[in-house]
Design a binder for this molecule. Structure first.
Ligand code: ZN
Ligand code: ZN
Length: 620
């Protein structure tokens, strides 16, 4: 094509007659003028810039036929394809890919024979338009024309099917392909992951003859996305073993896995690797680092990353505001927001989750209401269920329970467990039995197997000395068959995750742990700790209940941490459910007795226990 183009230019340079228009005609009409001029001056038609002839006439049927006649006159009927290809390419890559398709069908009507380039440009247009129907037709042509040997074309079709969600077709083609390369396999992995079919993705990953960084990265991010961060980390270790170097996308996926797992050690390791690899300026990585440090309970390091960034996006600011609120530094979160607005950054939905949480923590009810109104009025952000949850939390904590109740009623979506849970939390603090019962009614439908809510209700009754109701809740739990979601807690020591499941600690609870626990318990009792056996809703002796309490998974993890980490180090524990009230009380006193900071990340939030107080201020 290039050669053709050049020759036509040089030919026209020697032709003297057709003035300026010859190389600058912009419409079929101008072309016709030039054409007439050439005929009149008996200049050869080949002096026309032929690619331009094609381009100018491609988009209308009548002009197309005219141009086709011209080109055929110059080149003969068999060799106009390259000229049209350059035109197709420009259309497919430009703003009107659908014109490329129309042109392709016009060429088919005139029996201009497509070559592999033609097909690749038309497929490109289909991919851009996510046009499955035309994609299928082109696929048919390709088979008919005998281009199946062309791996690039086949890969493009597999990708198109994947993009359109037609994994069945993608697989069928994949299975029948005479040859495949790493791109083919990666395409199958990527699309399987996108469809949430991680098992199938893994199947491809295992079978592929050789893997690129992209293959590993696609699998690692896939595992993170479908909630298998542990396996993601494991796969990363394998990748390291092969000597393959992670790229920036791998780093982002890994950091997300670390955030999910709360494994600070690995997170730090990835951070160092990232800096060493020169990814320091990658804003996306820095934002993920902030999120990772926030979720691993390391606010200062999140702050350090934020401060060190050359360029910050709304995600950087939102992650910090959210982190500050999550860690109980509400005032600082609001200050951050002011700074952000001051430099002209527009907040997003996540920013407002952080802001509303911050207001909630400080009891700033009016400011919180204002933020909620502001987000839609000033920034056009449609509130999502998280925002509604935050407002209910804000109102409930501050004791505006009736308002919270009405707010829930007026929500445009069905309230979820978090919304009702927030109301229940407020009912507990402000001792509102009636609304608590209503909240429980909804919670037991939304989350029937979670016994945590019943414990709260039973405690509300116990507080009000309504013992019959306490008994009734237990009976209800039995009748409804509420089973305890198995609670587990984990602690990472020297890169290894130790997981403890509540109750079944026979194997974990070694003698040294008993000793450590008894000593700690003795000291805690001297400081006024009384085991809160009311959180145990099982029928058993009081002393049994106490023993049962001491085997709560977070306590086992704490004891384990006290034994296996150096004195003074912060202990970080992850829990899959919310922390129970007894453990919460115990941890507050334990932080004082052991002079350790204890950070517990439970299902909803962070608790930083330090010198006898928790950052959540006993509301969670
Ligand atoms: Zn507990
Ligand atoms: Zn707390």
């Amino acid at each position: 094509m290039e050669a053709l183009c050049l020759s036509s230019v040089s030919a026209s340079a020697s032709a003297s007659s057709p003035e300026a228009l010859l190389h600058s005609f912009n419409s079929p009409w101008e072309l016709k003028q030039v054409h007439a001029h050439l005929v009149k001056s008996k200049a050869p038609l080949s002096s026309l810039p032929l690619p331009r002839v094609a381009t100018v006439c491609a988009s209308s049927r009548a002009h197309f036929l005219y141009a086709h006649r011209l080109l055929t006159l110059v080149h003969g009927p068999a060799s106009t394809t390259p000229l049209w290809n350059s035109c197709l390419k420009a259309l497919a890559e430009g703003d009107c890919p659908s014109e490329a398709l129309s042109l392709f069908y016009r060429l088919r009507e005139l029996d201009v024979l497509p070559d592999t380039f033609t097909c690749s440009f038309v497929l490109k247009a289909c991919t851009k338009l996510l046009d499955l129907d035309n994609g299928r037709i082109i696929h048919g042509y390709i088979e008919k024309l005998g281009f199946r040997w062309n791996l690039f074309l086949e890969n493009t079709i597999v990708n198109l099917y994947g993009l359109c969600g037609e994994m069945g077709d993608a697989r069928k083609l994949f299975d029948s392909m005479p040859q495949r390369d790493v791109v083919t396999w990666n395409t199958m992995i990527t699309h399987s992951v996108k469809r949430g079919d991680i098992d199938r993705a893994h199947g491809y990953f295992v079978r592929m003859p050789e893997r690129s960084v992209r293959s590993w990265t696609a699998m690692i991010s896939g595992l993170v996305q479908c909630g298998k961060p542990e396996e993601a980390v494991q796969l990363f270790r394998e990748m390291e073993g092969t000597g393959m170097r992670p790229n920036e996308v791998t780093v982002v996926a890994l950091l997300a896995a670390c955030a999910d797992l709360g494994v600070l050690d690995l997170g730090r390791e990835v951070h160092e690797f990232s800096d060493r690899s020169g990814f320091k300026k990658n804003t996306h990585i820095s934002n993920t680092l902030i999120d990772m440090y926030v979720k691993c309970g390391c606010l200062e390091e999140a702050r350090r990353v934020f401060d060190g960034m050359e360029e910050r996006t709304i995600f950087s600011w939102s992650a910090m505001i959210y982190g500050l609120a999550l860690h109980g530094q509400a005032q600082e979160a609001l200050t951050f927001f002011d700074r952000m607005v001051h430099i002209g950054m527009r907040p997003n939905g996540v920013t407002f989750v952080g802001l509303l949480q911050a207001c909630s923590h400080m009891g700033l009810v009016d400011r919180g209401r204002e933020f909620f109104a502001e987000m839609t009025r000033d920034y056009g952000i449609v509130p999502e269920i998280e925002h509604y949850g935050c407002v209910v939390d804000l109102l409930s904590r501050a004791g505006h329970l009736q308002e919270a109740r009405e707010f829930i009623e007026n929500m445009p979506m069905v309230p979820n467990g978090i919304v009702w849970g927030a109301l229940l939390g407020g009912c507990k603090v402000h001792k509102n039995i009636e609304l608590a019962e209503e909240a429980i009614k909804h919670l037991s439908e939304l989350d029937p197997l979670n016994d945590g809510y019943y414990v709260v209700l039973s405690n509300i009754y116990a507080d009000a000395e309504q013992w019959e109701d306490v008994a009734r809740v237990r009976k209800l739990m039995r009748a409804r068959g509420v089973k305890k979601t198995p609670g587990w807690s984990s602690i990472t020591i020297d890169g290894e995750i130790h997981k403890f499941v509540a109750g079944d600690s026979a194997n974990d609870w070694i003698e040294e742990m008993s000793l450590t626990w008894e000593t700690l318990l003795g000291k805690m009792k001297l400081r006024g700790y009384v085991p809160n056996t009311s959180v145990v809703l099982l029928d058993m002796e009081e002393s049994e209940k106490e023993k049962f309490l001491s085997r709560h998974s977070e306590k086992v993890a704490l004891v384990f941490g006290l034994i296996y980490t150096k004195p003074g180090t912060t202990i970080r524990i992850m829990k899959n459910l919310r922390v129970c009230e007894d453990c919460h009380e115990a941890f507050k006193i334990a932080s004082q007795v052991t002079r350790r900071e204890i950070i517990v990340r439970d299902r909803n939030r962070f608790h930083l226990f330090k010198d006898g107080i928790c950052s959540c201020r006993d509301y969670w």
